[in-house]
Design a protein around this ligand. Structure first.
Ligand SMILES: NC(=O)c1ccc[n+]([C@@H]2O[C@H](COP(=O)([O-])OP(=O)(O)OC[C@H]3O[C@@H](n4cnc5c(N)ncnc54)[C@H](OP(=O)(O)O)[C@@H]3O)[C@@H](O)[C@H]2O)c1
Length: 291
């Protein structure tokens, strides 16, 4: 299949391109240089010119806190550009998978969010991502919307790489322990997206790795797993703190565990536990030059 990936320089986009190519698909990888999503009038034509069987839209304005002071740019990329991508795909009869986020929820629920649960984003990033979902589905009701969460991988910037750097530099660090969710390795997300498109799925799906944790417990696991794999460790202590002691411009949902019941029925394989995937990712990172 010919598959076009936007945001091909981002952490999920890069991994997706590698995994699709390893599965012998013909991949068109578009970075910001080839497709600037802030120039919305050029997007549909660019997308349509490639006539890919599938388009996977991994590009997004992902700076959750900065979005609070740049709402226009966040809307332009996450809502207007998402709509323009859908227009481009729709114009020639292609298929679309659009990536979205757990931040469409407000985190007040105490059991895993299903695809039909009420959305209520707390900040600009989540609001614009939700509007992007809605614009996509309005034009292409058969598109796949894949909501994922707590994304990390060997490419780009993420929590795992930040914690690895901090534990090598500092004696002590503090991490919030009252935000609960599930880390998701980009390789696992990309594999799930490949399965969804190969099976021609339609509609909204949730995907994360298995398990539930807090950012604090995730940080401790990064330190312990990193130590076992020979990463440099200085910080002897990681302290749990409440979110109120770590104020951020954008409020964060307290609980965004996503139910994977729907996607399990499609995937046909066991979703990896986040601890196993963390181990695999750190090994891959250690073997690479990307630390
Ligand atoms: N990160 C998370 O924890 C998380 C959680 C849930 C859902 N998601 C979703 O997962 C998807 C992938 O995110 P990610 O973690 O891979 O983020 P990322 O590493 O920040 O990648 C986003 C990509 O979008 C590109 N982009 C941003 N603005 C653009 C513009 N104006 N024109 C063209 N490209 C632009 C970036 O280009 P540059 O490389 O040039 O900056 C980057 O390659 C997004 O839909 C995101 O909302 C992420």
């Amino acid at each position: 299949m010919k598959i076009l990936v936007t945001g091909a320089n981002g952490q999920l986009g890069r991994e997706t391109v590698l995994i699709l190519r390893a599965s012998s698909h013909d991949v068109v990888a578009l970075t910001r240089q080839e497709l600037d999503l802030s120039k919305t009038d050029q997007i549909a034509e660019c997308i349509a010119s490639h006539r890919a069987d599938w388009v996977i839209n991994c590009a997004a304005y992902t700076q959750v806190d900065k979005a609070e002071s740049e709402p226009e740019l966040a809307s332009l990329v996450n809502r207007d550009a998402a709509q323009a991508v859908a227009e481009g795909v729709h114009s020639y009869g292609g298929k679309l998978l659009h990536v979205s986020t757990d931040y469409v929820f407000d985190g007040t629920q105490s059991h895993a969010y299903s695809e039909s649960d009420t959305t209520h984003p707390l900040g600009i990033y989540g609001k614009t991502k939700l509007e992007g979902e809605q614009a996509t589905l309005k034009l292409m009701p058969d598109a796949i919307i894949l909501r994922t969460a707590w994304v990390y991988g060997i490419h780009g910037h993420n929590f795992v790489k930040t914690i690895l750097r901090l534990i090598a530099e500092r004696d002590e660090l503090s991490v919030v322990d009252d935000q609960i969710g599930t880390p998701s390795w980009t390789a696992d997300i990309a594999q799930a997206m490949l399965a969804l498109i190969e099976k021609e799925a339609k509609g909204i799906f949730h995907f994360t790795d298995e398990g539930v944790t807090s950012w604090f417990d995730f940080a401790v696991a990064i330190r312990e797993t990193g130590k076992n794999q020979g990463f440099p460790i200085k910080a002897a202590k990681i302290c749990p703190i409440p979110s109120k002691n770590y104020p951020t411009p954008a409020p964060r949902p307290a609980f965004t565990v996503l139910s994977k019941e729907k996607i399990r029925g499609i995937l046909g394989y066991d979703i990896p536990h986040w601890q196993d995937s963390l181990q695999s990712m750190l090994k891959k990172l250690k073997d690479s030059t990307l630390i």
